[in-house]
Ligand binder design. Structure first.
Ligand SMILES: [Zn+2]
Length: 481
């Protein structure tokens, strides 16, 4: 089972009469130019059209341009009047397996929340994980997300093939998946937080991770499924596993992902255990570089931010999760200015909202709460959730912007309703306003959402399955129902 087939081609699809924000100017760090655009048509993140069109054909974007679309015999046409077309959003950090524990430990910070959640997660099996993943992916699709980086580090001993359940859920939902294959090797008996039954030794982990790369990773340009090597967090795994994971990823030509600087104690923990602060420890272990992206990056001082930028290490910003757990506000403006690729993530059950479009607004508000009104523009927020995430994932040649030849992953937002119609600039309306209705979402040119309805699953059925699965999980864990 390697990769997945490219979506069926079908007839060309024309989206006509919409505003278009291509986000085509951010591949080389132009995102760092924080100046507001000179006009609504010329954004600092790339080419925009007040009224334009797209032609999607054989899974790719064939044409994106101003004015009315050309007539193409046999093509399907979507009237985009009143809408804004953007690249499909990309979640650079998510944990789908956590979905069934939303609402748990609602008053706790990171460590307390994890301590409450690990014993519950340890009862997951492939059936429950599949339900969690399908429900989480449905919520992401309905929020304009076309690609999800899912950090899965939960592998109960003799618990079955949980990763295959996540992969199957992504295929059923029709979203691209960057499977960040996680691991834990420091359990309770070694002074760690997780129960021993969900940790394994480094050799076992590395062999299993290599098998997962071999069976799932598809590096091709039409890929629907890629794999990264992703130990849970520097403090949750041994130095040996961290170093060997970097070696494995580079030998196999895949990317590296982990949590970093989410909690305010990580520098102190690294100093005590390894004699240097977190970012220096990561650097020494081979964990800074253009093939690495880190989740959170909240507690980074100026020197650490500069080091992250200098090495081209990506950061997946997760503003709602950071706020929910009271973890702090990441220095996003500084990271952007440093040249680091900065993407946007939803994180897992510590963000009960679970949607990605809302993170555009949350990122904007969080950056301004920390750094003032000039800290982040609406266009920069959009760039975080599109090209910024694509750069984190190493997928920017194919995804992240609306350009001819790229994958036909498009979000078409309806902006002529009560929530947005009176705002003149569509990108401002999308980011500052309430979550916009999704007129259309395509992945590889295939409709996944149409007129706010999921085309690939029934949300009512998914909700009933998720409710039953969450109750089952609580029962297994001995929690009150
Ligand atoms: Zn996370």
């Amino acid at each position: 089972m390697t990769g997945s087939p490219r979506p069926a081609s079908g007839r060309p699809l024309i989206i006509d009469g919409c505003a278009v924000a291509t986000v085509d100017g951010t591949a080389d760090g132009i995102l760092a130019a924080a100046a507001p655009p000179a006009s609504p048509q010329t954004g600092s993140i790339g080419t925009e059209y007040q009224r334009g069109h797209l032609v999607l054909d054989r899974g790719r974007i064939a044409v994106v341009g101003p004015g009315p679309a050309p007539a193409i015999a046999g093509a399907r046409v979507v009237d985009g009047t009143g809408c804004l077309a953007t690249p499909g959003l990309i979640a650079a950090h998510q944990h789908l397996f956590q979905r069934l524990t939303r609402g748990l430990a609602a008053q706790r910070g990171l460590a307390g929340w994890l301590a409450a959640a690990y014993p519950v997660w340890s009862h997951l099996d492939p059936g429950l994980t599949g339900v969690a993943a399908r429900a989480g992916l449905a919520a992401l699709a309905l929020s304009g997300c076309t690609t999800v980086a899912d950090h899965h580090y939960l592998f109960p001993r003799d618990g079955g093939d949980l990763l295959a359940a996540v992969v199957a859920a992504a295929r059923a939902t029709g979203l691209r998946l960057h499977c960040a294959r996680g691991s834990l090797d420091l359990g309770e008996s070694a002074g760690g937080l997780p129960p021993d039954r969900i940790v394994a030794g480094p050799d076992e982990i590395l062999a299993a991770t290599e098998r997962d790369i071999d069976r799932f990773h598809d590096p091709g340009p039409d890929s629907m499924l890629r794999v990264a090597v992703a130990p849970s967090a520097p403090a949750a795994v041994s130095e040996e596993l961290l170093r060997e994971s970097a070696g494995l990823a580079r030998r196999k030509g895949v990317r590296l992902h982990t949590h970093a600087a989410e909690g305010d104690d990580e520098d102190a923990v690294c100093r005590a255990r390894h004699g240097r602060p977190l970012i220096e420890y990561l650097d020494a272990a081979g964990w800074l570089g253009p093939d690495v992206w880190l989740a959170h990056g909240v507690h980074l001082d100026a020197a650490a931010v500069a080091r992250v930028g200098r090495t081209g290490t990506g950061v997946a910003h997760c503003p709602s999760s950071n706020a929910r757990l009271g973890a702090g506000i990441a220095p996003v403006a500084g990271l952007i200015a440093s040249g680091a690729p900065v993407g946007l993530g939803t994180d897992g059950a510590a963000n009960e909202h679970g949607g990605l479009a809302a993170e555009l607004r949350q990122a904007l508000l969080a950056a301004r709460a920390r750094g003032g009104p000039a800290a982040l523009t609406a266009r920069q927020a959009l760039a975080l959730g599109t090209m910024g995430s694509a750069r984190c994932l190493g997928w920017s040649a194919e995804l992240g912007s609306l350009e001819a030849g790229k994958q036909a992953d498009v979000a078409l937002w309806r902006l002529d309703g009560l929530g947005h119609a009176d705002m003149a600039d569509p990108v401002t309306a999308l980011v500052f306003g309430p979550p916009a209705p999704l007129e259309l979402l395509t992945v590889g040119g295939q409709p996944v959402v149409s007129r706010s309805e999921l085309r690939t699953a029934d949300p009512v059925t998914l909700a009933a399955q998720a409710r039953a699965a969450a109750a089952d999980l609580r029962r297994r864990a001995g929690l009150a129902l």
